[in-house]
Design a protein around this ligand. Structure first.
Ligand SMILES: Cc1ncc(COP(=O)(O)O)c(C=O)c1O
Length: 396
């Protein structure tokens, strides 16, 4: 045995792995290593203390994951970005970093169902007050903000009824009250909207949706002011809701086509919304690109595209209509997801807002016979023909 000629067992462990260098690959590799090794303990310490760039332990940072964060940081025009295992981890870690017992948080009734659950189920246990306002009544929201709050949490467009919040106007008021302004930008994506440029302090994404775009990886992110993102990162590194490098790789791969996909999904959603708005078996269509949308003017001002999400209400109050309609669609997954290349339909009553009771859904303005429609990248003619066919059999 010698250090120059190690035994097979030692070579099996160390052969070819003496160096911590990455090959000169053109694609970001998936770095599965949990830890990162150092020859020199002073280098190790400098990296651990943040005095030198590098990685220490996979729960904290990872090279593949860092590339994902950097790409999103650049897309949102943020000072900093950090990532999470899911969108809900991004939301809960952000809220529980910023809020302490006795604090007040202002938001709206129809945020994503999981977010709403944090407000109504978990906040009371931690002595945090959640004041939930009517999403479209900006004057009433401003009144609540004037009373003071630590966090003002927005979502625009909202899930699932695509309501629009005036981010610039409300952020101004929230800042005057000393609040930190957080916006869930999942529906819009950084291609259609950059909330930081409208006055938000932090932007949140469920990367699971449009950023990844292929419904094969869960992930979340928050980006914005450096000091805030660092505080949230610290909470996450201790609480451990880390984005997996394999998921980061899939998300990164998806993000390369984000602009192309969103351009097509914007177009498809607009065409489908216009078609449905003229159909006799549809009682309402919720899409910010339609001129009769309550805040179409605000959307036109703050968004570069109206997005790929819309929802519509069948002309029936009976959930049976949903049971009959959804299976008739050929080019749509019936699934609890959105933002993928395939069109996806879901009734909020069984999907995004299944955690809520029927009364809570009603309070959030979500009809039981609502269909949430995530337009994919298919040919719009086929999507419309598919809806036409499914709806025609409904009416006969
Ligand atoms: C607007 C919005 N925010 C957050 C989330 C939560 O994301 P995740 O499922 O990645 O936890 C969702 C999920 O549907 C969503 O639609």
């Amino acid at each position: 045995m010698s250090l120059d000629k190690p035994e097979a067992a030692t070579r099996a462990v160390w052969g070819g792995e003496e160096k911590y260098l990455m090959e000169t690959v053109t694609q970001v590799p998936v770095v599965h290593s949990v830890s990162f090794g150092y020859e020199d303990v002073d280098d190790w310490k400098a990296v651990a203390l943040g005095e030198k760039p590098g990685h220490i332990y996979g729960r904290n940072t990872n090279p593949t994951v860092s590339v994902f964060e950097e790409k999103l940081r650049q897309l949102e025009g943020a000072e900093a970005a950090t990532s999470f295992s899911t969108g809900m981890a991004a939301i809960s870690n952000t809220l529980f970093t910023l809020l302490s017992p006795g604090d007040r948080c202002v938001s709206v009734h129809d945020t994503y169902g999981g977010t709403n659950k944090i407000f109504i189920e978990f906040f009371p246990r931690f002595g945090i007050e959640a004041v939930l306002c009517d999403t479209t009544d900006f004057a009433a929201i401003e009144k609540e903000l004037e009373k003071g709050c630590k966090v003002f949490y927005m979502e625009s467009p909202t899930n699932p009824t695509c309501k629009i919040m005036d981010i610039e106007r409300l952020a101004k008021k929230a800042h005057a009250a000393g609040a930190c302004v957080v916006v869930d930008n999942t529906f819009a994506t950084p291609i259609n909207q950059n909330p930081l440029s409208l006055g938000a302090d932090l932007v949140i994404h469920s990367a699971t949706k449009y950023l990844g775009g292929h419904a094969d990886a869960l992930g979340g992110a928050v980006c914005g002011k450096k000091d805030l993102v660092e505080a949230i990162y610290h909470y996450r590194e201790i609480n451990g809701a880390t984005l997996h490098p394999e998921a980061a790789y899939l998300l990164l791969r998806g993000m390369k086509t984000l602009a192309l996909r969103i351009e097509r999904q914007n177009e498809n959603a607009m065409k489908v919304a216009r078609y449905l708005a003229g159909h006799s078996f549809i009682s309402r269509v919720f899409y910010p690109g339609l001129e009769d949308h309550e805040h179409h003017d605000v959307a036109a001002r703050q968004m570069r595209g109206f997005g790929g999400m819309l929802s519509f209400q069948l002309a029936s109050d009976n959930f049976d209509a949903i049971r009959r309609f959804l299976p008739r669609l050929k080019f749509a997954h019936r699934a609890a997801n959105l933002g993928a290349v395939e069109t996806i339909v879901a009734p909020p009553a069984t999907g995004s807002h299944v955690e809520l009771t029927a009364e809570e859904r009603a309070r959030a303005g979500i009809p039981e016979t609502l269909v949430r429609y995530s337009a994919g990248i298919e040919a719009s003619e086929d999507l419309i023909a598919d809806l036409e066919n499914a709806l025609s059999t409904m009416t006969t």
